[in-house]
Write a protein that binds this ligand. Structure first.
Ligand code: SF4
Length: 407
């Protein structure tokens, strides 16, 4: 059977029945990789826009010419019925904001699809013998200067996420297992290592992870990730398409089609209340109350005895990193570095300091200032600037937070 990162994530993140629903949907609609509904249109149109933008910039066109190309793409999608006009316009605006923040490496390829057969050899996109196929939002090789001043060539795969939930954790996903495996096959000995990057087009943040081939720990981790990918594909081959009620249902897109889910939720009355809004409102209050009671009991229990293991996840306290500013003047200190405030009279400077003290800014405000100043301070991108300046001004604390963790 042939897989994509999305189908494998559906199998491992939801359940075997969800994979069956996915395969049936894929038969009907090639664009199933995106969620269904208006968000699907938005995502498809956004990716088409930034693809056009990246190609235009790669050819040496200006930003305003690239914008025009994106506009033409969005208009064509709206006119061709692929996307309603409101969604096409929203996608174009989102792409404009992203383009302003993000630098598209000119040496990269964009929306680059690759397919492999079972022996991990390259295959045609529609080759019936293909085992895995995926699309890199951006892929290419860059030279990186290491701390010991040696220069390494690294193959990079970037994934531009449009969802609100994009985070550093996506670097550990099965999709990124597939990215790494594909990168290694595509670039092999031409490079010294691999890098995966998750780019949140909503939050304008990027997270990356680099693996160097000569580093034993990185090598072992790459092997482990490829083995996990292969194992997941074999497990999916053997799966029987049976539903599995559990954590996977939380983010499943097939709850409407899934009879097992419907039967289960009917017991909670939620299913019965559907369509009857006053009843649903009442049910919401009851569920909220029950939720709070359950959380209180689980917090007390897991604080004492550690996370509670469920069939496909666990509930309890987990370490969580939180960044706090070392000094409330940090955003001002970054701004001062740009030299823009040079010549400001002492009295005005004092007012600015007093204002900052009253505002008591946090990490979000610091990041915004750091991003605005990044280019002037010589950083490659806004995110690179915010990350580097953060090392100087942000303290990372680890605390225990209560929540759910999927396996
Ligand atoms: S709703 Fe739950 S059981 Fe049904 S397909 Fe989705 S994950 Fe599986």
């Amino acid at each position: 059977m042939s897989y994509s990162p999305t189908s494998l994530a559906t199998f491992s993140g939801n359940c075997p029945a969800a994979l069956k629903f996915y395969a049936e949907q894929k038969e009907r609609d090639e664009d199933v990789e995106f969620a269904s509904g208006p968000f699907a249109e938005f995502g498809i149109c956004f990716h088409a826009c930034i693809h056009a933008c990246a190609l235009a910039l790669k050819k040496g066109k200006t930003s305003s010419e690239a914008h025009k190309e994106m506009e033409a793409v969005a208009l064509a999608m709206a006119a061709g019925g692929k996307c309603i006009a409101e969604n096409a316009h929203a996608a174009l605006e989102h792409a404009d904001a992203f383009m302003e923040w993000w630098e598209f490496p000119p040496e990269f390829d964009y929306e680059h699809g690759v397919a492999f057969n079972v022996a991990w050899e390259k295959a045609g996109w529609d080759d019936p013998s293909r085992r895995l196929r995926l699309i890199f939002d951006a892929v290419g090789a860059i030279k990186v200067e290491m701390e010991d001043h040696s220069e390494l060539k690294i193959a990079v795969g970037q994934d531009y996420k449009t969802g609100w939930g994009a985070s550093r954790e996506n670097l550990e996903s099965i999709q990124m297992d597939a990215y790494l495996t594909a990168l290694e096959i595509l670039f092999g000995e031409q490079v010294d290592g691999l890098r995966i990057e998750i780019v949140s087009t909503r939050h304008h943040r990027a997270w990356g992870k680099t693996y160097i081939f000569s580093d034993d720990k990185d090598r072992a981790e790459l092997n482990r990730r490829r083995a996990r990918l292969e194992f997941t594909m074999k497990a999916a081959d053997l799966s029987n398409g049976q539903p599995r009620i559990g954590f996977g249902c939380l983010l499943c897109r097939y709850t409407e089609d899934c009879l097992a889910f419907k039967a289960y939720t009917e017991h909670t009355m939620l299913g019965l209340a559907k369509g009857d809004l006053p009843k649903l409102a009442l049910q919401y209050v009851v569920l909220k109350r029950n939720f709070e009671d359950a959380e209180e009991i689980l917090k007390a229990a897991t604080k004492a005895s550690g996370p509670l293991q469920c069939e496909d996840g666990s509930i309890g306290y987990y370490p969580s990193e939180r960044g706090t500013l070392k000094d409330s003047m940090a955003p001002l200190a970054v701004w001062l570095k740009t030299g823009q405030l040079e010549g400001l009279e002492q009295i005005h400077m004092e007012s600015l300091r007093a204002f900052m003290e009253i505002m008591d800014p946090g990490k979000t405000q610091f990041d915004n200032v750091a991003k605005k100043c990044a280019k002037q301070l010589g950083f490659r991108s806004q995110s690179a600037g915010a990350a580097e300046l953060g090392k100087e001004f942000i303290e990372v604390e680890t605390s225990m937070r209560f929540g759910l963790q999927k396996k």
